[in-house]
Design a protein around this ligand. Structure first.
Ligand SMILES: [Zn+2]
Length: 350
């Protein structure tokens, strides 16, 4: 355990406990950012699930679901332990910002460093204390203030096929209409949890500055159903079939050339703006798109006589996410498009 971080609750204790993770030597560099709340709800034998919200500050859907979880679940409903860090990046959350006040990205700070800046010390605490204690790690994201991604659970694809299958099944237990696969670059929170062999479930729960009721309901129903699926929370596991829903659409959004977008998460690199201007969206996220199909266009606010620049889908697949702020700059990443992938093919992939 990092000598500089302190957890004020006993992670081995039972019942509901609430406290904080804090940096002992925070000092002037510290402040409220280094007081992440933590709640443990434990009862008897069973798996340990770590539930994370607010990895990025302006992604509130998961923070609200995790806060609700911390209060609404009674220890008697639990077999095992649920550890909740509902708002990891508190200062960013309060500031409606994706990143920490230092400009650092918590989700690019793994595995962390006990001698690094506070954000790396906190990541190190996750890597050395919270992940080793957990069997399952849930990290809830959305597209943040300026984007929208079809509300869904998603995953990186681990090489270990047994782990991959367990992750796929846990991801599917969210019961969202879509799931997608993504590439990350090794220093994300889920990467480190995955390296430690955990079952990792991540989400993109919409985004923007208004949370639709249906999205918040999906955050809650998905989170609690995954907890039931892994056996830590009482109650019957719902499946899409039991809910009368068709199978979810599984979309492959991995890219293999190591690109990272110049804006936001880099997820939106499927279409990069060839010009600045005002971005008009022509296709709703969640729609199938054909290769060459116009997905959006960019109008020039400076010269109304210019025709708009058309943005076409580079291949056939599904439009999964978009930047939502119409004001865009040249070179900005605008859209996430992925190809349909067969579930069995994913499980067999070497
Ligand atoms: Zn995020």
């Amino acid at each position: 355990m990092s000598s500089l971080m302190q957890c004020t609750i006993d992670l081995g204790g039972s019942g509901r406990q609430a406290g904080h993770i804090r940096l002992l030597s925070g000092g002037s560099a510290g402040g409220p950012d280094l007081l992440a709340p933590i709640v443990s709800i434990a009862n008897g034998a069973g798996p340990t699930v770590l539930v994370c919200g607010g990895n990025h500050g302006d992604e509130y859907e998961g923070q609200i679901a995790a806060l609700r979880l911390a209060r609404d679940i009674e220890p008697a409903q639990v077999s095992g332990r649920i550890i909740i860090v509902p708002v990891i990046s508190g200062a960013a959350s309060r500031a409606h910002a994706r990143l920490w006040p230092s400009g650092a990205n918590f989700n690019r700070s793994f595995p962390g460093n006990p001698d690094g800046p506070p954000i790396e010390q906190l990541a190190h605490f996750f890597s050395t204390v919270l992940f080793p204690a957990a069997d399952i790690v849930i990290d809830m994201h959305s597209a943040g203030a300026f984007g929208w991604i079809v509300p869904c659970s998603h995953m990186c694809v681990p090489k270990n096929r047994a782990q991959r299958k367990l992750m796929l099944e846990a991801m599917e237990a969210w019961n969202s209409d879509f799931h997608f696969l993504y590439t990350s670059h090794g220093n994300y929170l889920p990467n480190e949890a995955e390296r430690q062999g955990k079952i990792v479930v991540t989400t993109e729960l919409g985004g923007g500055n208004r949370i639709p009721v249906a999205v918040q309901e999906l955050a809650w129903s998905g989170l609690t159903n995954v907890l039931r699926h892994v056996g830590v929370l009482e109650g019957k596991v719902a499946t899409r079939a039991s809910l009368g829903l068709p199978p979810a659409t599984l979309v492959d959004c991995r890219f293999d050339d190591g690109r990272i977008g110049n804006v936001g998460s880099g997820l939106f690199d499927s279409i990069v703006a060839p010009a600045g201007g005002l971005f008009e969206v022509l296709v709703e996220p969640g729609s199938a798109v054909a290769e060459g199909e116009p997905v959006g266009r960019i109008w020039s606010p400076d010269d109304p006589t210019l025709p708009p620049v058309e943005l076409r889908s580079p291949f056939s697949g599904y439009l999964i996410g978009l930047k939502t702020l119409p004001v865009i700059e040249r070179g900005q990443s605008l859209a996430l498009i992925g190809r349909l992938i067969d579930r069995d093919a994913l499980l067999k992939e070497m």
